[in-house]
Design a binder for this molecule. Structure first.
Ligand code: 2M8
Ligand code: MG
Ligand code: MG
Length: 274
C-alpha cells in the first residue's frame, strides 16, 4: 500500500495549515509501515520542514510533479537521481522540465509580448507571498525557493488566460490550478510523479502496490483519476472536485479531519478484507 497525498486543503487545513486532526491516521500508517508520500505544489524546502515536524522521512513529489525526491539512504534504489544534501540530510532528486529561472524568463517574455497581467512568486517579495498565502514569514521564504514551477495570481480576463495557456503549451509548458494559484510548469504532473514512484516501489519489491490518493483541487485530478483508491477532500470555500473514477469517494469533512475519517474507513475495509 502506498498513500499519495496533496498537502494544502487536503492533509493541511486550507487556512491554518494545521494537520493535527489527521494525526491518529498518520500514526497508524507509520505503525503499519505504509509510506505517506506527499504530492504537492509546495517546494523541496517546505516539504523538508513539514516532514521534520511530523517525524517523517519519505519519498515525495514537489511543485506539482515537476520534481521528485527520495532519501539517499532509504529503502529505494534509483541511479538516475542527483544527490542533494541539506545539512546532515542526504536526498536524491529528479526534476522534469525546465528550471525555475528558465520558466520565469519565459514568463517575462510573454508578459512583454502580450501584456498579460499576472503576479508570480518571482514578482512578489516575502511579505507579498505572506499576504497572498497566509503563511508565516519563514514558511513564505521557503515557498519562494522554487526549482521548476511558478505559482501566479491571474489578474487578467478569461480570454487572455486562454491565450496565455496556449502560448505556454506551444512552449511545452502546462498550467494547473491549485487552491489559490495557477502553476506554470512542465507537463509532467502529479499523476506522472505518482506513477514514477509507484513503479520504483514495484521494481524494488518485485510486487504490485495499491495506491490511495487524496486531493482537493484541479491540480490533483490526474493523480486521483490514476490512483486505485481516490479520495476527494471537499473544500472549505469552493464546491468539491468531481472526478471520473469508479472507486472514488468524497471525504465527510474538508482538510485533515476529512483525511483522517476517510483513511480510517479505507484502512478498516482493507485490514478486514472487505
Ligand atoms: C502554493 O500552492 C497552493 C497549493 O494548492 C495553491 O496553489 O494554492 C505553492 O506555491 C506553495 O509553495 C505554497 O506553500 C502554497 C501556500 O498556500 O501555495
Ligand atoms: Mg490542495
Ligand atoms: Mg497542492
Amino acid at each position: 500500500l502506498l498513500v499519495f497525498t496533496d498537502l494544502d486543503g487536503t492533509l493541511l487545513d486550507h487556512d491554518s495549515y494545521s494537520y493535527e486532526a489527521a494525526l491518529p491516521s498518520l500514526n497508524q500508517l507509520k505503525q503499519l509501515n505504509v509510506p505517506i508520500i506527499f504530492n504537492t505544489s509546495k517546494t523541496f524546502m517546505e516539504v523538508l520542514q513539514l516532514q521534520k515536524k511530523m517525524g517523517l522521512q519519505q519519498p515525495f513529489a514537489i511543485e506539482n510533479g515537476s520534481a521528485l525526491c527520495i532519501p539517499a539512504e532509504g529503502e529505494l534504489q534509483a541511479d538516475e537521481l542527483s544527490p542533494l544534501n541539506v545539512g546532515k540530510q542526504r536526498w536524491k532528486l529528479k526534476t522534469f522540465g525546465p528550471s525555475y529561472p528558465d520558466i520565469c524568463q519565459h514568463l517575462s517574455v510573454l508578459r512583454q509580448q502580450y501584456h498579460f497581467r499576472f503576479q508570480g512568486f518571482n514578482d512578489m517579495n516575502v511579505s507579498e507571498v505572506q499576504l497572498n498565502t497566509g503563511l508565516p514569514k519563514y514558511d513564505a521564504q521557503l515557498a519562494k525557493q522554487r526549482m521548476a514551477s511558478e505559482p501566479l495570481l491571474w489578474n487578467d480576463s478569461d480570454d487572455q488566460l486562454k491565450i496565455f495557456i496556449s502560448k505556454l503549451e506551444a512552449h511545452n509548458l502546462a498550467v494547473v490550478k491549485g487552491g489559490r494559484f495557477y502553476h506554470v510548469k512542465a507537463k509532467f504532473d502529479k499523476a506522472d510523479a505518482m506513477q514514477w514512484l509507484k513503479q520504483l516501489y514495484q521494481h524494488q519489491y518485485q510486487r504490485e502496490f495499491t495506491t490511495i490518493a487524496l486531493g482537493d483541487s484541479e491540480n490533483d485530478r490526474s493523480m486521483l483519476e490514476r490512483a486505485d483508491i481516490p479520495v476527494v477532500i471537499p473544500r472549505k470555500h469552493d464546491p468539491a472536485l468531481m472526478i471520473d473514477h469508479p472507486n472514488s469517494s468524497l471525504a465527510p469533512h474538508p482538510g485533515p479531519y476529512g483525511w483522517h475519517q476517510s483513511m480510517q474507513q479505507i484502512l478498516h475495509s482493507l485490514l478486514n478484507g472487505a
